[in-house]
Structures are given as C-alpha cells and as structure tokens.
Design a protein around this ligand. Structure first.
Ligand SMILES: C[S@@+](CC[C@H](N)C(=O)[O-])C[C@H]1O[C@@H](n2cnc3c(N)ncnc32)[C@H](O)[C@@H]1O
Length: 238
C-alpha cells in the first residue's frame, strides 16, 4: 500500500518555509493590482503553489529588456533589501524570490515608489527558482538575509543554508561571484559557517564578514538587536 501511495502522490521537497495565510491589506491589494504586470515574473508551476515546474531557464534578457550582471535574493520578505540593492545598482538586474504574496505586494509598492525598473520578483521557492529558472554561472551575487532559523534539531533539514543549497548557489554564481548571508541566531550562524566551509565556496574574510553596508536594518534585524542578539554577516566567493 505504501509504495502505491507514494506512486500517486507528488513528491514533496522539504522546503524552508511554511505557507501562511495570504490575506493582503488594502494598500497591498492596490499595489498587487497596479504593479504585478511590471514586477511579477509569471512561471510554470509545479504541484504546489510555490513550486517550480522543471523547465528551461527563463530568458532574463527579454524580461529585463537588457543583459546585465544579476543579483538574486532568496526570501526577500517585504523587499527592503531588494529595493536598496536595486536602487544602489541601477546597472544590475535584481531578482527576488519570495513565497508570501502580501510581502511581494509590499515590495512592488516600494519598487514603484522609487520608480525602479531593474528588479523583478518571482512568487516561488527560491531553491527551486535557482534550480530551474537561473542558468549556471550567471549570477554576480546571491543574498539571503535573516533566513528562517528553524530552531529545533529535527527541523534543521528545512534550513535554507544546507549543503545541497550551497552547491546549487555555488553553481549559479559566476566565478568570483559572492553569497552574502546574515542572521541574528548564533547557532544558525555557526551552522552556516560549518556548511559553507565544507562547500566549494571560499570565505572572503578570515571568519565573519563585516556588516554588509548595503543591507538596510529590517524588522528581523531590529527584533534581534532589541532582544540582545548579535547579528552575523557571512560572505563566500565562488
Ligand atoms: C525571516 S524572513 C526575512 C525577510 C527579509 N530577508 C528580511 O531580512 O527582512 C524570511 C523570509 O523568507 C521567505 N522564505 C523562506 N524560505 C524561502 C524560500 N525557499 N524561497 C523564497 N522565500 C523564502 C519567507 O516567506 C520570509 O518572508
């Protein structure tokens, strides 16, 4: 029976997020309606609403109407870092992956308020997005700031920073491209170091990175600091 069951049920990949209620407030609804055509990249979906159908990488040059060095952010949340990166680097294309629709709507509003045309956002698991939508060796940088910590040991397999994800990221970076991470959870910070030190990527610094000065203080960082936690930055190069 067991074998039969698994044959009919689609294989569920372990993911680093929990699907939450997607209710938007009125301003998010407005931003979604007004700006999704500009900023949201439509993709072929897999069996779940956040999964990505195995497919050929997207034609990003067509989507951005130009070819440019590209930065990907996974778990862009409300878009504060994505917007800052896009504003700071008009010569770069910036792609954000996020699974929570209201957060995407807030991101659209912030991008539109600054009239930014060099960012696009995909409603999908960023791991599957990297796997299926982004060509090998194509990225200048990958950012993941304050990824969900998944504290319990039995949930560590859900952490974004794990060996398979790091090798996927390493493959998608161009030689010399960098992975930048930040977290306010010490045990996750040390686990990140352990995973990355064992990966094919190389630590740019002798230990922790200095605070990445392009990273705005988001509510997650503020919450961590208010609780007396230390924020750790990491930067690894392909
Ligand atoms: C703790 S929040 C941090 C948000 C933002 N980076 C910041 O610093 O404010 C983590 C975010 O990552 C998103 N997320 C988690 N795993 C993801 C994945 N595999 N792909 C895309 N988004 C993900 C969650 O929905 C959530 O918005």
């Amino acid at each position: 029976m067991k074998g039969q069951d698994s044959a009919v049920r689609p294989h569920r990949e372990i993911v680093s997020f929990v699907r939450r209620s997607a209710r938007m407030n009125p301003s998010q609804e407005r931003a979604w309606r007004d700006h999704r055509d500009t900023y949201l990249v439509e993709i072929a979906r897999g069996p779940m609403s956040t999964s990505v159908e195995p497919q050929e990488a997207l034609d990003w040059a067509e989507i951005f109407a130009r070819t440019a060095p590209t930065i990907v952010e996974i778990g862009a949340g409300n878009g504060d870092s994505l917007v800052a990166t896009s504003a700071a680097h008009p010569v770069m294309n910036v792609i954000g992956f996020e699974v929570f629709e209201p957060a995407l709507a807030s991101t659209f509003a912030k991008l539109a308020a600054k009239n930014l045309s060099n960012a696009r956002v995909v409603l999908a698991d960023g791991v599957q997005g990297l796997r299926w939508l982004v060509p090998s060796g194509s990225l200048e940088a990958v950012h993941a700031f304050f990824p969900d910590p998944w504290h319990k040991a039995r949930h560590h397999k859900r952490r974004l920073v794990r060996p398979e994800t790091c090798e996927l990221i390493a493959d998608r970076l161009r030689p010399g491209g960098v992975l930048r991470l930040a977290t306010d959870w010490e045990d996750y910070a040390f686990a990140m170091r352990e995973v990355l030190d064992a990966s094919s990527l190389t630590n740019v610094h002798d230990g922790w990175a200095p605070r990445f000065d392009e990273r705005p203080v988001t509510k997650y960082e503020a919450r961590g600091l208010a609780a007396g936690r230390v924020v750790y930055d990491l930067c690894y190069r392909r």
